[in-house]
Design a protein around this ligand. Sequence first.
Ligand SMILES: Cc1cc2nc3c(=O)[nH]c(=O)nc-3n(C[C@H](O)[C@H](O)[C@H](O)COP(=O)(O)OP(=O)(O)OC[C@H]3O[C@@H](n4cnc5c(N)ncnc54)[C@H](O)[C@@H]3O)c2cc1C
Length: 285
Amino acid sequence: MIAQESIEQLKSIVGPNNYADDFESLKNASSDYTEDLSFPPELVLFPSDAAQISEILKLCNVNRIPVYTRGAGTGLSGACLPVNGGIALSTKNLNQILNIDTDNFQVTVEPGVVNQHLKQALEPHGFTYPPDPASMGSSTIGGNIAHGAGGPKAVKYGTTRDYVLNLEIVLPNGDIIWTGANTLKNSTGFTLTHLMVGSEGMLGIITKAVLKITPKVDHELLMLISFDQAETAAKTVSEILKNGFKPSGIELMERNGIDIVLKHKNLQFPQTTEDAFLYVARFRR
Ligand SMILES: Cc1cc2nc3c(=O)[nH]c(=O)nc-3n(C[C@H](O)[C@H](O)[C@H](O)COP(=O)(O)OP(=O)(O)OC[C@H]3O[C@@H](n4cnc5c(N)ncnc54)[C@H](O)[C@@H]3O)c2cc1C
């Protein structure tokens, strides 16, 4: 249980309207997309900047209060769930794209920016941010980094890990540090930036991210290839790559998965008995 005095101090750090302790809010923060898990926190905080997060972590560190960072709560491994109670720290208010620098092929964003919103903001500049987890319409950049998320375009463009240049993080003792530099050629010291990628909120809280961006790709071709067996489909991926063909995106769809989606969405698919499909995308760049 968090002492009442600490609760009042935490509330005053974020200010009115930026905390919640009603039943609905605690319930919402108790789960993510992982099946059937529910661990309610005692308090949900919505800080607005790194300075507030620093104050929160200092207080929680001294008073041994567990802190669980939460993006959009779309994770599939229960990583943001408050398994020991304490605080759910939401990045909902840290949702600004701070700088789009097309000359240096990079953007600076706050962690609560939704992946798809970043892509949309880059479009008028003729740029894109390639990492494409299927949850990109709702998941946040902070969550993507903490999960090292990737999608079908990983085959050509890589995953989130390949796009993180530098991070501002708040350490568990409240110190605020940058992990690297905003340059491609950075050979100094440990690669702390990549230590944070995939760390699932355990090492610190990301409060700013400098990400690489690329010129926008033009769509050229999308193929759906059917197979009698899923194994043959999987082997074909290696054959495609061995033959020097570099798709921009590739994804295996199994019959069972397709049938579940069709039923759920009440959709029809051409009558086929194939066991698996590959969809293969090819872009100009
Ligand atoms: C329908 C669906 C499709 C998906 N498809 C893919 C896919 O194709 N590829 C893939 O890789 N994954 C996929 N995922 C899982 C994916 O990794 C997550 O959706 C996404 O990366 C999590 O982002 P989030 O904002 O929801 O983070 P949350 O679920 O809220 O949190 C995830 C982790 O990130 C930590 N975290 C969040 N913000 C910060 C921060 N600012 N600082 C430090 N830690 C932080 C949390 O503590 C937690 O450990 C999918 C999930 C769903 C539901």
